[in-house]
Ligand binder design. Structure first.
Ligand code: FAD
Length: 551
C-alpha cells in the first residue's frame, strides 16, 4: 500500500467516516482532517433533542473527539482550522487557524471535500435580528440554550416546516414554549405528498402548535409601541404579525461549495459539487461527499440535492475505497427519511408524486390503512401507507407512511425493496416476520403489493381523493354507525353487507366511486359491482385519506 497523504476538509458525518475508513485501508498513510468548527464527528441529528432535554448531557453530542480519533485511528484532526483555498496545480491547501490567525499550506495526494451545507438565510428584511437562531452546530444550540434558560412559556416562532423545523417545534413544545410554525408552502415536509403531510398538520395542532401554512415571512420587525415587548415581530405576507421571543430559522440548507467553486471544480445546476459515480470531482485528485454534492435521484435518475446523514456516511466509506484504488460506486440516493412528531411517525422513501410528474414518469398511487399488527392483539394502530408504482411494469417507485406504530419497519422494508428494484408482485410475495404483537399474517407491505396487483390486473379501477369526478355517484358502504359519524357530502349509503340485495337502487348509466373507511371493504364492493356490470372505481384510502385532506 502506498503511503499517500490524504487531506479531508470537514470532520463531521462524511468527513469523519471517510477518515476512519481511509485508516482501515492504509495504516501507513498520513490522514489530516481540517474542521473549521470546534467539534468533529458530532451528532448534528441529535441537536434538536438536546434543546428539548431528551438528550441531557452536552457531551453525548460528541460522538468522537480529536483525541479519540487520534487514539483509535491515528488521525491528525485539526479543529478550529479553516481551509481557505485549494491550489490544484501545486496539490496543496491553504489553511488558517481560526483562533490564532496563523496561516500555512499542506500538501495532498488526495483531497476529500465534506464541507456540508449551510442554513439558508434569504434576504428577508430583519432576518439578522437578535434571538434569531439556526440549528446546524453545537455552538448554534448552545446559543438557543443560553437564550431559553430562565425563559418561561416564551414564544418561539419556527420559520420553515422541514424536518429540522418540525423537530425543533416538537422539542420546544416539550419545554412548554408557545410555538408557532410558519411555512410558505401549503404543507410541511415537502418530501411527503400533501394528503400524507396533512397528518402532520393535525398532529402539530393537536399538540398546541399554531401552524400558518401558505404564508411566507415578509419581514422581521421590532415591535411597535402598541405591540408586546418581544424580540421580533414576524410579519407574514398575509399581513399577520406574530410576536416572538425567539425565531428558529429552518429554511433549508444550501451546499457549502465556496472552496470547490473557487478552485474551478465543476458545480451542477442545483449548486452542488458535481461528482461521478466514484464520488470524484472534475479534478481526479479531488473527491467530494455529503450535503455539498449533487447526487442522482435513485428513482428518477435526475440530479438532486438530498442532504441526509445516511448518504453522507455511506459516501464517506465509498470515497475512501476509491481513493485507495478500490472501485466502489455510489448508486444514487433514495431520500429515505423519517421524523417523529409528538406521537406520530412519518417517513418516505423514493419518489413522490411531485418528483414523478417532474420526471415525466407514469405511475399509479395507492393508499391503504392497514393495522400495525394483528387487529385482535391489543394496541394495533392503523398506518396510513401510500405506495407509488410504475403503470406498466408494477415496479415500486416510492412509498410514504404515517402512523403511531410500526411505520419505521415498513418504511425500511419498502426502501430495501426500492433499492433492489422490486415490483409490487415482489412486495406481495415477501415473507416478513409475524407474530400478533409485531405484524399480521399479511403484513402491511404484503397488502400494499396485493392491492397494487389488483389494480395492475384490472380487477379494480381506483379514484384518488384529489379527483373524485363530479358526475360520478359516490357510494358509501360503511356500517350505519360509521356513516353517522361523518361522510363525504353528496354520497349515498348502502352498507356492504346489504349491497347484493340493493343493487336495484344503483344507476347503470353513471360511474360509481365507492368508499369505506380504509378502502378494503369498498374494494369488495367494487368487485361485486363490476361483476354485476356496473362501472365502478374504488376511492383509494377512502374516508380516512379523504377526511385528512379536509382538516
Ligand atoms: P456536515 O456533517 O455538516 O459536516 C461539514 C463540516 O465541514 C462542518 O462541520 C463544517 O464546519 C466543515 N467545513 C465546511 N467548510 C470548511 C472549510 N473550508 N474548512 C474546514 N471545515 C469546513 N440527517 C438524517 O439523515 N437524519 C436526521 O435525523 C437528521 N437530523 C438532522 C438534524 C439537524 C439539526 C441537522 C443540522 C442535520 C440533520 N441531518 C439529518 C442532516 C445530516 O446531519 C447531514 O446530512 C450530514 O451531517 C451531512 O454530512 P456532511 O459531512 O456532508 O456535512
Amino acid at each position: 500500500m502506498s503511503s499517500k497523504r490524504v487531506i479531508i476538509v470537514g470532520g463531521v458525518a462524511g468527513g469523519a467516516s471517510a477518515a476512519a475508513r481511509a485508516r482501515r485501508l492504509c495504516e501507513d498513510c498520513e490522514i489530516v482532517v481540517f474542521e473549521r468548527g470546534p467539534h468533529v464527528s458530532f451528532a448534528n441529528c441529535g441537536l434538536p433533542y438536546f434543546v428539548g432535554g431528551e438528550i441531557v448531557e452536552h457531551d453525548s453530542l460528541l460522538v468522537q473527539t480529536p483525541d479519540s480519533l487520534h487514539a483509535r485511528f491515528n488521525l491528525d484532526v485539526r479543529v478550529k482550522t479553516e481551509v481557505l483555498r485549494i491550489d490544484r496545480h501545486g496539490r496543496r491547501v491553504h489553511v488558517r487557524e481560526v483562533e490564532t490567525g496563523r496561516e500555512y499550506d499542506e500538501a495532498y495526494d488526495a483531497l476529500i471535500l465534506s464541507t456540508g451545507a449551510a442554513p439558508l438565510k434569504p434576504p428577508i428584511p430583519g432576518i439578522e435580528r437578535p434571538n434569531h437562531f439556526t440549528v446546524r452546530t453545537i455552538p448554534d444550540v448552545d446559543k438557543i440554550m443560553a437564550w431559553s434558560r430562565g425563559c418561561e412559556r416564551c414564544r418561539a416562532v419556527v420559520v420553515g416546516g422541514g424536518y429540522i423545523g418540525l423537530e425543533m417545534a416538537e422539542q420546544l413544545r416539550h419545554r412548554d414554549f408557545q410555538v408557532t410554525v410558519v411555512e410558505a408552502l401549503p404543507q410541511v415536509m415537502t418530501p411527503l405528498d400533501p394528503e400524507m403531510a396533512a397528518w402532520l398538520h393535525a398532529e402539530l395542532r393537536d399538540n398546541g402548535v399554531t401552524l400558518h401554512l401558505n404564508d411566507p415571512v415578509a419581514a422581521f420587525e421590532a415591535p411597535t409601541p402598541a405591540e408586546p415587548a418581544r424580540a421580533s415581530i414576524v410579519v407574514l405576507k398575509s399581513g399577520r404579525r406574530i410576536p416572538a421571543d425567539s425565531v428558529v430559522l429552518g429554511l433549508g440548507v444550501k451546499p457549502e461549495t465556496k472552496l470547490a467553486r473557487e478552485a474551478g471544480l465543476e458545480i451542477g445546476a442545483l449548486g452542488g459539487i458535481r461528482v461521478n459515480e466514484h464520488l470524484q470531482t472534475s479534478d481526479p485528485d479531488i473527491w467530494a461527499v455529503g450535503d455539498a454534492i449533487e447526487v442522482h435521484d435513485f428513482v428518477t435518475g435526475q440530479w438532486a440535492l438530498i442532504p441526509l446523514a445516511g448518504p453522507a456516511n455511506r459516501q464517506g466509506r465509498i470515497v475512501a475505497d476509491n481513493v485507495f484504488g478500490r472501485s466502489s460506486r455510489y448508486e444514487g440516493t433514495l431520500g429515505t427519511a423519517i421524523i417523529r412528531l409528538f406521537k406520530l411517525t412519518a417517513g418516505c422513501t423514493g419518489a413522490n408524486e411531485k418528483s414523478l410528474r417532474r420526471a415525466g414518469i407514469a405511475y399509479q398511487a395507492l393508499h391503504l390503512h392497514p393495522n400495525s399488527h394483528a387487529g385482535y392483539y391489543p394496541g394495533a394502530e392503523p398506518i396510513a401507507l401510500k405506495i407509488l408504482f410504475a403503470h406498466e411494469t408494477g415496479k415500486l417507485l416510492g412509498a410514504q407512511a404515517v402512523g403511531h406504530d410500526g411505520v419505521d419497519k415498513r418504511l425500511d422494508v419498502l426502501a430495501t425493496a426500492l433499492k433492489v428494484g422490486m415490483t409490487v408482485n415482489d412486495l406481495a410475495g415477501l415473507e416478513l416476520a409475524y407474530a400478533p404483537p409485531y405484524g399480521s399474517a399479511k403484513d402491511p407491505v404484503n397488502l400494499a403489493g396485493m392491492a397494487a396487483q389488483n389494480v395492475l390486473a384490472g380487477d379494480v379501477g381506483i379514484a384518488q381523493w384529489s379527483d373524485v369526478p363530479s358526475p360520478a355517484l359516490l357510494l358509501d358502504v360503511r356500517r350505519d354507525d360509521e356513516r353517522a359519524s361523518g361522510f363525504i357530502p353528496g354520497s349515498i349509503h348502502i352498507p356492504l353487507d346489504q349491497l347484493r340485495a340493493r343493487l336495484g337502487e344503483l344507476p347503470r348509466d353513471r360511474e360509481i366511486v365507492v368508499y369505506c373507511e380504509s378502502g378494503q371493504r369498498s374494494y369488495y364492493a367494487a368487485r361485486i359491482l363490476s361483476q354485476r356490470g356496473f362501472r365502478v372505481r374504488n376511492l383509494t384510502g377512502s374516508y380516512r385519506t379523504w377526511t385528512m385532506t379536509q382538516r
